[in-house]
Design a protein around this ligand. Structure first.
Ligand code: PGA
Length: 250
């Protein structure tokens, strides 16, 4: 069975001490045992937050990016092996901010996904359309293409290690959330695609998260959808009690 996951994407926010305080406050909060919690933290925080979550039940740390090469002359970049070496198990890849501001495309992200997997990391693969695409009614075709390009050349074993996050770009950081029906439609479509590529059992076991202005107030209705297995949460994950409300909605 697939996991219920509440993943926080802290982006380029928090200094180390308030980041640690935030992680600690979530760890100490009331939360259900069946929910996996993942903190996607800035690179400078990884080892520190990893040390905090290491012995916690069902709580993990994620990097927000990695390079596609194994190592080498890539000033400023971080290798998947370096992330794995400090015990971190997840990496967010293909976030729309990486696509928009750093020119990442599906081909590049596909390479990053492969390198992450080769180093034992679980990719949290982000996909999602921008507003004009949604308005043109071609959102399903676009997201299908993103998923196919980046993920469907993986072996079944590797694909099983991937978490998918559907994040409509028009909903990220805007306060506008996809309706539960819009989220469900896309998540259902993604699961159908996975069934087509890898079969029913893999599709049933794949966690598909929704991201884009998830908050305490809207989490329950999104998570009530049969194909929404959790959230990738930006702004609301920076506040422990808000994030705990989201966690408890799963
Ligand atoms: P948001 O960000 O929750 O602040 O909209 C989500 C994300 O970018 O992962």
């Amino acid at each position: 069975m697939r996991r219920k996951i509440a993943a926080g994407n802290w982006k380029m926010n928090t200094q180390i001490q308030n980041g640690l305080d935030l992680a600690q406050a979530v760890l100490e909060g009331e939360r259900p045992n069946h929910v996996h919690i993942i903190f996607g933290v800035p690179a400078t925080h990884l080892a520190h937050v990893q040390a905090v979550v290491r012995n916690a039940n069902q709580v993990f740390c994620a990097a927000q990016n990695c390079h596609q090469a194994e190592s080498g002359a890539y000033t400023g970049e971080i290798a998947a092996s370096m992330i794995a070496a400090i015990g971190v198990q997840y990496v967010i890849l293909g976030h729309s901010e990486r696509r928009d501001y750093f020119g990442e495309n599906d081909q590049l992200i596909a390479k990053k996904v492969k390198t992450a997997l080769a180093n034992g990391l679980h990719p949290i693969y982000c996909c999602g359309e921008k507003l004009p695409v949604r308005e043109a009614g071609t959102h399903i075709a676009l997201v299908s293409e993103q998923i196919e390009e980046a993920l469907f050349s993986l072996s079944e074993d590797d694909f099983r290690k991937v978490i998918i996050a559907y994040e409509p770009v028009w909903a990220i950081g805007t306060g506008v959330t996809a309706s539960p029906e819009q989220a469900q439609e896309m998540h259902y479509t993604i699961r159908q695609m996975i069934t087509g590529a890898y079969g029913q059992s893999v599709a049933n076991d794949t966690s598909i998260l929704y991201g884009g202005s998830v908050k305490g107030a809207n989490a329950a209705e999104l998570f009530a959808q049969p194909d929404v297995d959790g959230g990738l949460v930006g702004g609301a994950a920076l506040n422990a009690s808000e994030f705990l409300t989201i966690i408890n909605a799963l």
